[in-house]
Design a binder for this molecule. Structure first.
Ligand code: NAP
Ligand code: GLV
Length: 312
């Protein structure tokens, strides 16, 4: 008899095996099973998921919490049948934060130092020597100042960039200029390189559109490491064509994998990365997830616990 069950659902069965192997020794007292092998739905107390099939979670009547294998929970919210009274625990942790810092610094520095132009020049065999401003004269703006936005902002400030952040509350770390919900236009107007690290919600969907891209100084750059749903792709293509945006680095897309033949693949002003900004790994992610479940079981506060539909 399996007893108390932790059901795991991930779209890639090859990856799921490695995760389950990590969870088993870390969750004593539970039987950790792929969701497809659960025979007694009533015994499932926790579900650890990435992009769960619609309706899966409402089928567990005694579910205590759902755990997202990642920081974003839009993939859980996408299930219209999700049992709203069941909390969702986001997975973040130090490795995810460090990887996102690395990604944002890498790509902001690349844009700051005009690297796409130098790479294009190399392909032409051209010696395109030109100087670029120093970091202190480059204004970077971060949309979303949560775990990842704050960490990225502090790392960029460490290079000397002139960093500002935008969030609902306008709260952010000391030393970073902050703008609240009402300050979006002013924030964008002072942003040469815009980094999106917002969660995807009804309020933030499509936030990177013709209107907001048009509020940036002409020739600004974009780094989207949050979700494809934040960006209106046709509006970006138009902004690139007009020179309003000079380059976009995109890690996330409306449809993933990015379909063959999509204009982003071959666009000279677009850098595509395959949703790798901060991929969680079973070793470090497994520890964070198991720790959160055990804290929840013990009645301790779980910082990254939230509810679908109640703001996250
Ligand atoms: P978080 O800690 O929940 O922070 C979210 C931030 O966004 C907060 O500052 C929040 O403002 C702000 N925000 C939320 N709704 C807003 C709105 N309507 N208007 C203005 N600001 C709003 O999130 P996180 O852990 O940093 O993660 C952010 C996102 O990164 C995730 O949701 C995920 O989609 C994405 N991500 C991508 C990758 C990748 O590999 N590409 C990896 C990990 C995560 P307040 O502080 O005022 O509430
Ligand atoms: C990755 O995209 C995550 O949300 O952790």
């Amino acid at each position: 008899m399996p007893g108390r069950i932790v059901a795991v659902s991930m779209p890639r069965p090859d990856r799921m095996e490695a995760w389950i192997a990590e969870f088993r020794p870390l969750l004593p007292g539970f039987t950790v099973l792929p969701a497809s092998e659960v025979r007694d739905a009533g015994a499932v107390e926790y579900a650890i998921v990435w992009k769960p099939p619609a309706g899966l979670l409402k089928g567990y009547p005694n579910l205590k919490a759902t755990v997202s294998v990642g920081a974003g929970i839009d993939h859980v919210a996408a299930d219209a049948e999700y049992p709203r009274g069941v909390p969702v625990i986001k997975t973040i942790g130090p490795d995810m934060t460090l990887r996102m810092q690395e990604y944002v610094c890498l790509h902001v520095l690349r844009l700051h130092r005009d690297q796409p132009r130098l790479e294009a020049a190399q392909r032409r065999g051209a010696w395109d020597q030109h100087s670029t401003p120093t970091a202190r004269d480059r204004r970077v703006g971060i949309l979303g100042m949560g775990h990842l936005g704050q960490a990225a902002a502090l790392a960029l400030a460490g290079f000397g960039f002139d960093v500002a952040g935008w969030s609902r509350s306008g709260r952010g770390p000391e030393g970073i200029a902050m703008f609240g919900a009402e300050g979006l236009e002013a924030f964008l107007a002072r942003t040469d390189i815009l980094v999106c690290l917002l969660p995807l919600t009804a309020e933030t969907e499509g936030i990177l559109d013709a209107r907001t891209l048009g509020m940036l100084p002409k020739g600004a750059c974009l780094v989207n490491a949050a979700r494809g749903g934040h960006l209106v792709e046709e509006d970006l293509l138009a902004a690139l064509a007009s020179g309003q945006v000079s380059h976009a680095t995109l890690d996330v897309f409306a449809v993933e994998p990015l379909p063959a033949g999509h204009p982003f693949w071959s666009h000279p002003q677009v850098t595509v990365t395959p949703h790798v900004a901060s991929l969680i790994d079973p070793k470090s992610g497994g520890r964070v997830i198991a720790g959160n479940i055990l804290d929840f079981e013990a009645g301790e506060e779980v910082r990254d616990l939230t509810w679908i539909g109640r703001g996250y």
